[in-house]
Design a protein around this ligand. Sequence first.
Ligand code: SF4
Length: 165
Amino acid sequence: MSSSRLAKLIWRTGRVAQPAPEAPTEPADTFRTYPELAGSAQVRHVDCGSCNGCEVEVGAVFGPVYDAERYGTRLVASPRHADVLLVTGVVTHNMREPLRRTVDATPRPRVVVAVGDCAVDGGLFRDGYGVAGFVEEVVGVDLTVPGCPPEPEAIVAALRRVTGR
Ligand code: SF4
């Protein structure tokens, strides 16, 4: 494709991808690494009562702009195939038991990531009548990504911690 055609295409479509950012800089000892995953992780997303704001960001993480597959992660349809659970939303009463069972169904070593303020500490919906608690009150959490909603870069950084890439 000629450079003028490419420039026109970029002008028309806007940003279609962005270069890989620097690797996360926090010291490695703040989070257990998972060498047994050998640089790749299958990811199951679990919505426990989100407003869907976090889902939009998780969708962006695996879309063409943020492209988390570059770092060895991939969305899968079953916890039985997953290494990582990305959990969003406060845990509603109806989702408490399904969340427990989902974690139980995920083979070890498994990494539970609480994504968004609701998942981390209840956020906006903490005292809602239908809320059983935040994620750590129901299952163990290995990694948290705060924010309402968290930026895709922060979710990508968490996944890169898991794969080490
Ligand atoms: S953290 Fe914010 S965006 Fe995410 S589910 Fe809660 S209210 Fe919605």
